[in-house]
Design a protein around this ligand. Sequence first.
Ligand SMILES: [Zn+2]
Length: 475
Amino acid sequence: MEYEAVIGMEVHVQLNCKSKLFCGCSTDFHAPANTNVCPVCLGMPGAMPVLNREMVNKSVAVGLALNCAISRWSKMDRKNYFYPDQSKNYQISQYDLPLNHGGHLDIHVNGETKRIGITRAHMEEDTARNTHTIGGGQSGVDFNRCGVPLLEIVTEPDIHSADEAYAYLTELKQILQYLDVSDCSMEEGKLRAEANISVRPKGSTAFGTKTEVKNVASFSGTYKAIQYEIARQIQILNDGGTIVQETRGWDDDRGVTFSQRAKESAHDYRYFPEPDLVPIVVDEAWEESIRAALPELPAARRARLTGAFGLSDYDAGVLTATRAMADFYEAAAAKTDPKKAANWIMGDLQALVTEDRAEIGSIPVTPEYLAAMINLIEDGTISGKIAKEVLAEMYRTGKSPAAVVEEKGLVQISDHGAIDAAVAEVIAANPAQVAEFKAGKEKVIGFLVGQIMKATQGKANPKMVNDILRAKLSE
Ligand SMILES: [Zn+2]
């Protein structure tokens, strides 16, 4: 039987608010344990929460970017449970009236565009963090993270493969970073993705029993976990077994998912409206002020760059991967040939940035300097080969291309006489290759050009070298 996977994603993202969701405590991740705490986030009797307005602003911005409807009226609810990492024994979240609902996000997979429905994006507070590594059979609890603002973004079960899940996560993360509402660090737990996965016979519309894979530390891990889980479920069904509804973890070393616990249903949480908080009213004016401040989002920027600069979809995708990259590219493209700027950024410059483990927004080479360097190639001052050397030196020193060329004496040799002499020398020194060329072996020209470039330390104007060489060989 042929099966189809049905996947819904839940992403928890920590928004970069300065203070926690319901109190003034700092959200600094690196503070010593249990220093960012107060009676409110510790849940002391009588402590009253106050909703963080910055969180509402940022959450609405995400909702708008995901094409959601913004609720004019929403509320916070208590989700009751006993967990060792939540001293209040309840978590403040949103249940039946989330802040954002009914949106969608378009993703691109294998040359196709697919629309993934966004069910909701609601605000909630994070729990504390348990540490089981302090030794002596003891565990520690760090309440710094408790009460940190999270946005939970839930999709419709519109995803049907690990590829689509990966594309969704990538696009979502890009949007969150463009909005500058989170740094999305998965290592620090600021972005956590969970996948609800089930399989069903192809053509069927009923849902199969789902499992939930959570606590995966990377997108690639999520991708592999989904692939594994789909195959595992199909195997069980093919063997005549039944899928157990449960939460499963991912073992990256062994490449398998494993059972963690049976899944509670929403009913078990005994939700009820949070009595200490007033409803959240986002009126039209508030929503519009947030919409007006939205930056250009990745999809729009990709489309604009493709149109304005004639870039391929692939190039536009790479150059808009981050806002900093897109800003850098646009600043450079404004001052030189946009396609050449694209090639240099994706090629030599990206290689230097990667080697340096740097971010393109904070490198010594400015977009203006890169453009000026490309223009030096265009006007024949330096060769493309020399430009690589110039770029590396610019990266090392932060100097302008003109200064580097001047200091290192890298100006291209475009003097006819000088090149003529170098060509004559190389022809005289390589009689065998010259004979081969004359016998019709066209490829040898590359070798001869290489020798001439070597003799001139790469400074000879390549076009002139080619012209003069061919002229002399046909004499
Ligand atoms: Zn607090």
